[in-house]
Design a protein around this ligand. Structure first.
Ligand code: ASP
Length: 438
């Protein structure tokens, strides 16, 4: 029998009406056996996510302020859902326990995680599914990293005991028994971990958009949705800021070769986007799969005559970055010069120190830092097969009057990355999109 793991985001579980919609999606396919919920999200634009309210409770407690009023609002959210669903379930004991535990300093992650925990309890009652508390099956190591092997072993065994279950997203447990969460949006990661442990045929990630868009809808009006994308393409796009799925959610399912299907809870008939390991399906018409970009980069430029023949030059420069705990994004180099693209934020407060250290190490003729760069990634598996894609990207950008400051084509040939002025960001994105999507 097929097994599908289904994860529902916060907006898909924001109120009773959405709970009903979610239940009807789950019940429509008996393969949808394991369900991972987020905490209730926003019901309308100005609404506040339960997770954010819980973080605020934590802060108030830290500052010795009362949380009574704020916690009432959290209680109202859950009680409201239960009442409107007509569920025979009294959650007041749990709510009191959570409040008390927070007041007794159970930690920031504990506070945040209760959004998923409480929502998971309600959803399991509503569906008539077992409830598996993530604190018993998702493990972190002493150093805070996720323990994939222990988790996979224990979780797989636990899932075997339940034909259908709800496992709250976002958190797990540290070796000392305290609760730890993944980073924000981390229920996506839990879904992926559960899919791997269940050896699922498919990981369905239900959200409030009909899949992954070819470009950010805040920049490109009404972009086309992507129907199929490979994990590698998705990594490139998510790294460059395309959000829909948490970046770290890809690894567990990729490891197990399980496809992910991004679906829209508010439009279940739409196929959404399939994320797969490999596909023979190349869009030779559009050629590109998607475009994404980020602002906030700086370039450290180093010039020195005969640099190319100086053995160990690059290593010495990179050592300085390593000592300062800075990772670099790109490293475009010429014969007598080397540029290092880093995020501007990581240079904060240590620019002079870094410049001085590089100076000491390699005695360059010139060294400087330029800020205000944006990176745009044009990603597409079909680029390997289509000639002239790079030329089309550069032409489109230059025809829009935008100056290219850096070019980098990954060796895998599935992405072309260009560096441009931050002010030209929207223009460049629009030009590239217009060139490939007619
Ligand atoms: N509720 C958490 C957040 O708001 C995790 C999630 O929704 O995936 O970040």
């Amino acid at each position: 029998m097929q097994v599908k793991v289904v994860k529902f985001g916060g907006s898909s579980l924001a109120d009773a009406e959405h709970f009903r919609q979610v239940a009807s999606i789950i019940k429509a396919d008996p393969a949808r056996r394991y369900v991972v919920p987020s905490a209730p999200g926003k019901r309308f634009k100005e609404d506040i996510k339960v997770t954010d309210m819980l973080y605020e409770c934590y802060e108030k407690i830290r500052k010795h302020e009362s949380i009574d009023e704020l916690y009432e609002k959290i209680k109202e959210r859950y009680n409201g859902i239960i009442a409107e669903l007509g569920l025979d379930f009294d959650i007041s004991g749990e709510l009191e326990y959570v409040k008390n535990a927070m007041m007794h300093r159970s930690g920031r992650d504990f506070a945040a995680s209760r959004g998923e925990y409480l929502n998971g309890l309600i959803l399991s009652k509503f569906l008539g599914y077992s409830f598996i508390d993530a604190e018993n099956v998702i493990f972190f190591r002493e150093n805070g990293s996720f323990d994939e092997e222990k988790t996979n072993r224990v979780l797989a065994e636990e899932l075997l005991q339940h034909h259908q279950a709800v496992i709250p997203g976002f958190y797990g447990v540290m070796p000392n028994g305290t609760i730890k969460t993944f980073s924000r949006g981390g229920s996506d990661i839990t879904g992926s971990i559960v899919a791997r442990a269940a050896q699922a045929d498919l990981y369905e990630n239900w959200t409030d958009v009909s899949g992954f868009m070819m470009a950010d809808p805040r920049v490109i009006e009404n972009p086309c949705a992507i129907d199929t994308i490979t994990y590698r393409e998705l990594r490139e796009l998510s790294y460059m800021g395309a959000t829909v799925l948490h970046e770290d959610a890809i690894f567990p399912v990729r490891y197990a070769g399980i496809p992910i299907n991004i679906r829209n809870t508010n439009d279940p008939s739409a196929d959404g986007t399939m994320i797969v390991a490999e596909t023979g399906n190349y869009d030779t018409e559009k050629v590109i799969t998607g475009i994404a970009g980020k602002k906030g980069f700086s370039v450290i430029t180093i010039e020195k005559d005969m640099m190319n023949s100086e053995i160990g030059f690059g290593r010495k420069v990179l050592e300085v970055l390593e000592e300062n705990d800075i990772s670099f994004e790109h490293l475009p180099s010429g014969i007598d010069n080397m540029s290092i693209v880093v995020s501007t934020a990581c240079l904060d407060g240590r620019r002079d120190k870094i410049l001085a250290a590089i100076h000491r190490m390699v005695r360059p003729d010139h060294i400087g830092i330029e800020d205000g760069m944006a990176l745009v990634a044009v990603v597409g598996r079909a680029m390997v097969k289509a000639k002239g894609t790079a030329a089309r990207v550069f032409d489109a950008i230059s025809n829009a009057g935008v100056n290219i400051r850096m070019i980098d084509q990954g060796s895998s040939e599935i992405s072309i990355i260009v560096g441009i002025e931050e002010n030209d960001f929207d223009k460049a994105l629009g030009a590239i999109y217009g060139e490939f999507v007619k």
